[in-house]
Design a protein around this ligand. Structure first.
Ligand SMILES: C[S@@+](CC[C@H](N)C(=O)[O-])C[C@H]1O[C@@H](n2cnc3c(N)ncnc32)[C@H](O)[C@@H]1O
Length: 251
């Protein structure tokens, strides 16, 4: 087990207006859970979502499809008010630990298969940071679940009232080669993220879409009064660079 940094305990999370979860998504709206239960650290979130943590101290933040990332617990320990959701939250800790063990092994094999030299060393360091993130998440999971820091929920329907959060983050869920969302589901999911946000929705990375698909998504969202802006991401810990999508309601 990696050594965990000793940090002060997080403050009790603020209470959000959470209505009872809907019993099930309407027919045709459910999305299969094909994404790995794999997550990142607060440092990677800061880079990937271009976050300024000091400006988020008074804001309510929602992390959608958070998996075993340690953003929620690390940010909470720095005084931020973060709620994380994932379809697997609500499973016993031992089940999530098994998902972490198997999915991390699978992702690591895939990611390092074609690498060598300094790129392999950099990737292994990143994998280690992500394993540490998962251990931090697992150590916090049962307590955080009881305090509503972790809530079992998934797109395309979120169990929150309109504009419940100041900032909504969604990383490595909607886009990319493993995305289980088709074009219609992407539009529905983006609109749902905007519905629960009083401000911005940040989606990272905005990859895997052809220019034509990106244009079509932006046009369909614009019809619903939502702007999609593509921003360059900041460089990541291993020198990676990804793009960020920002959704906002048009006034
Ligand atoms: C690759 S992980 C990303 C974790 C974290 N957001 C990050 O960037 O490090 C993808 C997560 O999305 C979750 N997921 C799968 N289907 C989902 C859905 N329909 N809505 C929200 N999350 C979903 C999976 O359980 C998994 O934990």
């Amino acid at each position: 087990m990696p050594t965990l940094t000793a940090l002060p305990p997080p403050p009790p999370p603020a209470v959000h207006p959470v209505p009872p979860p809907r019993p099930s998504a309407p027919t045709g709206e459910s999305v299969s859970v094909s994404l790995p239960f794999y997550g990142r650290s607060l440092a990677e979130y800061v880079h990937g979502f271009a976050l300024d943590l000091s400006s988020l101290r008074t804001q309510a933040v929602l992390d959608v499809g958070a998996g075993p990332s340690s953003f929620a617990i690390e940010a909470s320990r720095r005084g931020l008010d973060v709620v994380a959701i994932d379809p697997l939250y609500g499973c016993p800790m031992t089940t999530l630990a098994t998902h972490v063990q198997l999915d991390y092994a699978r992702v690591t094999v895939e990611a390092t298969r074609r690498l060598s030299g300094s790129r392999l060393v950099a990737r292994e360091a990143l994998e280690q940071e992500r394993r540490t993130a998962a251990q931090r998440f697992l150590a916090d999971y049962e307590s955080g679940f009881l305090h509503n820091r972790y809530i079992g929920a998934c797109l395309p329907r979120l169990p929150f009232l309109d504009r419940s959060f100041d900032l909504v983050l969604c990383g490595h869920v909607l886009f990319g080669p493993q995305s289980p969302f088709d074009a219609d589901q992407l539009v529905t999911a983006c609109l749902e993220l905007v519905r629960v946000s009083a401000g911005e929705v940040r989606i990272a990375p905005l990859t895997g879409l052809s220019p034509a698909e990106a244009e079509s998504l932006a046009a369909r969202l614009a019809e619903q009064g939502v702007a999609l802006e593509r921003q360059p991401g900041r460089g990541g810990p291993a020198g990676s660079r990804s793009s960020l999508g920002v959704l906002t309601r048009r006034r």
